[in-house]
Design a protein around this ligand. Structure first.
Ligand code: ATP
Length: 140
């Protein structure tokens, strides 16, 4: 089994649909290995998204990601990284509503930045991101 880091971003947490989303995740065959609710400081959000530093959307991304509580989870399943990204859909929630209307970002996301969900995009980033939030966890 593979592990991935999933985040419910502040716009989604605010909707109080976390239980409903967890049911969707479980019925898609994922195991929730770890879960926590937290608020990131702007510094932590900048660190988490360091690869986007200098881009035009970086300041609004950092403001959004530190604007309220997140739900952060480690999900496990065969090919978890790919399956979770398929389930959440394209980055831009507005475009997702046209091209992938059944995706979580289409249904629950807001716009291009406030897109409701995060998923690791490779084994390498999954490892980094799981350690970022669950520093005591062992990742093989
Ligand atoms: P995530 O990493 O959150 O799963 P992603 O891999 O689809 O999303 P990235 O390219 O890593 O997207 O961008 C990280 C986040 O930055 C996006 O999820 C979104 O919130 C925001 N973002 C990305 N591209 C844009 C853009 N062109 N305009 C505004 N915000 C953006």
């Amino acid at each position: 089994v593979e592990r991935t880091l999933a985040i419910f971003k502040p716009d989604v947490v605010q909707k109080q649909i976390t239980d409903e989303l967890e049911e969707i995740i479980l019925s898609a065959g994922f195991t929730i290995l770890q879960k926590k609710r937290l608020v990131m400081t702007p510094e932590q959000a900048s660190d988490f998204y360091a690869e986007h530093y200098g881009k035009l959307f970086f300041p609004s991304l950092v403001a959004y990601m530190s604007s309220g509580p997140l739900t952060v989870m480690v999900l496990a399943k065969a090919s978890a990284i790919t399956y979770w990204r398929e389930l959440i859909g394209p980055t831009n929630a507005v475009k997702a509503r046209q091209t992938h209307p059944d995706s979580l970002r289409a249904i629950y996301g807001t716009d291009e930045t406030r897109n409701g969900f995060h998923g690791s995009d490779s084994l390498y980033t999954a490892d980094r991101e799981i350690r970022f939030f669950f520093s005591d966890s062992i990742v093989e």
